[in-house]
Design a protein around this ligand. Structure first.
Ligand code: FDA
Length: 391
């Protein structure tokens, strides 16, 4: 068969969801994937256990030039719909922190479930196939080494740019550009920061130390773990903040969130007048971090001898530690890509392209990017489902 109702390029989270949904509605569906395996990012996600959704998922957890765009699809296919699907397939899961749901066993459970759903819809999945050309119709046509295929609907589900070694390509973005569609500028997000050489020298040997912190960038603040690395900073709080950071901007870090250094000193001073600030800090921060921090930036001298001005300065430093990352680690380690196909080009209900009937863009290739914690998969499921219902 060379003509299908639907051709989907990309067998990742969004593509497989769209394929299963359309297939189960009686559509003939061909999915074309250039990697040898489907759902590679699902397999590597969540440390191999796939954080497949979040109990609190909702439009407020997404970044887009149009914050309203994701509402329709997210409302029509919610986290509860996906959880029900997971339960129907008997996949054991658990809640980790803050509503994040993970497989108990392996991420492969999710891939197997999606493939079973595709099979139930009679979907044809071709892996290891390179699309050499696309002509927009309808009928739409793709050229591959296996020959040409045509379809009434064409869905681009080729994902973002992160982790090229796992099969990420700019295919969807370049194709959209070729059609003259608007693209919101892309950059790596949910990605560790790289510090300048001087800071790396000061802090690099503390790699592996993790601390509860509030990290703020571009007007957004996240309180979660911060992890020191050889090259800079990582951990959930930093990854989240990275999605709001632009090059050259400051990042403000509160190393003692929810506490007041001046109050801590006032409480400790009567009984421990000879204690040094860095030693007091060691009660609240990992010891090596407190020591290094103290040596580098805190005023010397015992608590008894600290002036009010010294204290205010120390409080400011510890609660508003300002750093200027040199860069992020970029696409090789980023979880997602910020930006993508401008939502103004698409219907929020169906993800169909306004200018090209029968052409759809879904998942991460679209300018909708989730926070850390299962939201990106929820967007892939919801946008895939929305298109799958329309095609
Ligand atoms: P996805 O990347 O899943 O699929 C795109 C597919 O298109 C791939 O199979 C790719 O090979 C294929 N493709 C690309 N170019 C092609 C071409 N030219 N021809 C044919 N096929 C092509 N999110 C979350 O919610 N919870 C989590 O736990 C994690 N964890 C995580 C860990 C890591 C290391 C990364 C990199 C990412 C995550 N994410 C995540 C993000 C999540 O994986 C991502 O947002 C979704 O997979 C996006 O789904 P898509 O279907 O849009 O793209």
């Amino acid at each position: 068969m060379t003509h299908y109702d639907v051709i989907i390029i990309g067998a990742g989270a969004a593509g497989l969801m769209a394929a299963a949904t359309a297939g189960q509605r009686g559509r003939s569906v061909l999915v074309v994937e250039h990697a040898r395996r489907v759902g590679k990012k699902i397999l590597m996600s969540g440390g191999g256990r796939c954080n497949f959704t979040n109990l609190d998922s909702g439009p407020g957890h997404f970044i887009s030039a149009n914050p309203h765009f994701s509402k329709s699809a997210l409302a029509r296919y919610t986290q509860w719909d996906f959880i029900a699907l997971v339960e129907r397939h008997g996949i054991p899961y658990h809640e980790k922190t803050a509503g994040q749901l993970f497989c108990d066993r392996k991420a492969y459970d999710i891939v197997r479930m999606l493939l079973a759903e595709c099979q139930a819809g009679g979907v044809n999945v071709h892996t290891g196939v390179t699309v050499t050309d696309v002509a927009v119709g309808p009928p739409h046509r793709i050229d591959t080494p296996d020959g040409p295929f045509t379809a009434d609907s064409l869905v681009i589900a080729t994902g973002g740019l992160s982790i090229p070694r796992m099969g990420a390509t700019p295919f969807g973005l370049e194709f959209a550009e070729r059609l003259g569609l608007q693209i919101k500028p892309t950059r790596a997000a949910l990605v560790p920061f790289v510090l300048g050489k001087r800071r790396q020298k000061q802090l690099g040997d503390l790699a592996g130390i993790s601390v509860d912190a509030e990290v703020c960038a571009g007007g957004a603040c996240f309180r979660e773990a911060l992890l020191l690395t050889h090259k800079g900073l990582s951990g959930p709080a930093v990854l989240q903040a990275s999605s709001y950071w632009t090059e050259g901007e400051a990042v403000a870090i509160d190393l003692l969130p929810g506490t007041d250094l001046e109050e801590l000193v006032a409480a400790a001073r009567p009984n421990h007048p000879n204690l040094h600030l860095k030693n007091l800090l060691a009660d609240f921060l990992p010891k090596r971090l407190a020591q290094r921090w103290g040596e580098l930036w805190l005023p010397d001298g015992s608590l008894a001898r600290l002036s009010q001005a010294d204290l205010a300065k120390a409080g400011d430093l510890i609660h508003r530690w300002t750093i200027y990352p040199a860069a992020t680690e970029g696409y090789p380690t980023a979880e997602v890509t910020l930006g993508g196909v401008d939502t103004a080009e698409l219907s929020s209900k169906t993800l169909e392209c306004k200018r090209y009937p029968g052409l759809y863009f879904i998942g991460e290739v679209v300018d909708v990017t989730g926070h850390l914690g299962g939201h990106n998969f929820q967007w892939a499921w919801a946008s895939g489902h929305a298109a799958g219902k329309a095609i």
